[in-house]
Design a protein around this ligand. Structure first.
Ligand code: NDP
Length: 301
């Protein structure tokens, strides 16, 4: 089980997978040009020529708001292509590793969602991602689906980097405080993927591990708490900003309307992943802090 095909290699998670999976085997890394999820014939040719033991799909249509008006394309990438990859993996006897989202849930209540809880997406993106999960399960291929949330990385576009940009320009920020979740770094997602794949290799019955796992950092916060943390840490690291943490003001979701509704409760229960593989998931602040040091430097650290 050595050859690994990575799709979406230029995304936040895909980029970190290149690093984390390198010690596990020969990697074939594809960006949108070499592995376009909208070209099903091309995907077949790619998979049949590479014959990987593991296909890792980090590519996705991730523009949550745009998906509301571009549903068919989002569905092609997040559902149809994923079902196709699952069939190809099944034909080859390969594993399919895939990523999904907290947005498959409606966000009701305050308890962390477990894998067996009923999904009920509030937005188009969530519906396409759920359809992708279902297509994998129906294909019968050996798979790992990791549902994660609030992904960020030093490379890529994400909430933390947007906060740094806004805080450099504005004296005050108004950030949603009634959506709760766990910011999760692409590094952590990639490292856990590598750990799990390493364990599959040594497991007497690896097929018994096939399934769905929730994978987020530990702890929880709101977007407002996350923004305050980012700005406080950036300030400590000596980044000149116009906003201070105290000037990051909490607002309610309805005060910042977006095309796609978001779940209020994005908490995911990670017990199944931690107990099955004996893993520890660090608190969300750990990797945010590391990313800020990487981005800003260690002037005052
Ligand atoms: P990114 O948006 O950073 O990366 C997605 C990648 O998919 C991009 O490199 C993009 O290519 C590629 N892509 C888009 N369309 C196609 C296509 N038709 N063919 C091939 N490649 C394509 O996403 P993340 O790394 O953040 O997300 C990784 C996974 O995690 C996804 O499955 C996502 O749904 C899931 N997830 C993400 C969350 C988040 O907050 N970002 C939250 C929860 C889950 P290009 O660079 O050319 O645009």
């Amino acid at each position: 089980m050595n050859d690994i095909l990575i799709l979406g290699g230029n995304g936040q998670v895909g980029w970190e997978l290149q690093r984390a999976l390198a010690p596990l085997g020969r990697l074939t890394i594809c960006d949108r040009q070499r592995g376009n999820l909208e070209d099903l014939d091309g995907l077949r040719k790619l998979v049949e020529s590479e014959r990987p033991a593991i296909i890792v799909n980090a590519a996705a249509y991730t523009a949550v708001d745009k998906a509301e008006t571009d549903f068919e394309r989002a569905q092609r990438v997040n559902a149809q292509a994923v079902g196709h990859l699952a069939s190809l993996a099944g034909e080859l006897g390969a594993w399919l590793v895939h990523y999904s989202t907290d947005y498959v849930f409606d966000g009701e209540g305050e308890q962390p969602f477990r894998e067996e809880d009923l999904p009920a997406p509030l937005n188009a993106y969530g519906r396409t991602k759920l359809a992708g999960e279902q297509a994998i399960r129906e294909s019968g291929c050996r798979h790992l689906i990791f549902r994660t949330s609030w992904v960020y990385a030093a490379r890529g576009t994400n909430f933390a980097k947007t906060m740094l940009r806004l805080a450099a320009d504005r004296e005050e920020l108004r950030i949603v405080a009634d959506q709760i979740g766990a910011p999760t770094s692409a590094d952590l997602i990639a490292d856990i993927t590598a750990q799990v794949l390493g364990q599959l290799r040594n497991h007497p019955q690896p097929d018994s591990l096939s399934g769905l796992y929730h994978l987020t950092a530990s702890g929880e916060t709101s977007w407002h708490g996350y923004a305050r943390f980012v700005i406080a840490q950036a300030q400590r690291l000596g980044l000149p900003l116009r906003t201070t943490p105290e000037r990051v003001l909490p607002i309610m979701t309805h005060e910042y309307p977006l095309p796609a509704p978001r779940p209020a409760n994005s908490r995911l229960d990670t017990t199944h992943l931690r107990e099955t593989f004996g893993l520890t998931l660090p608190d969300w602040q750990f990797h945010v802090q590391r990313m800020l040091v990487e981005l800003i430097g260690e002037k005052a650290a």
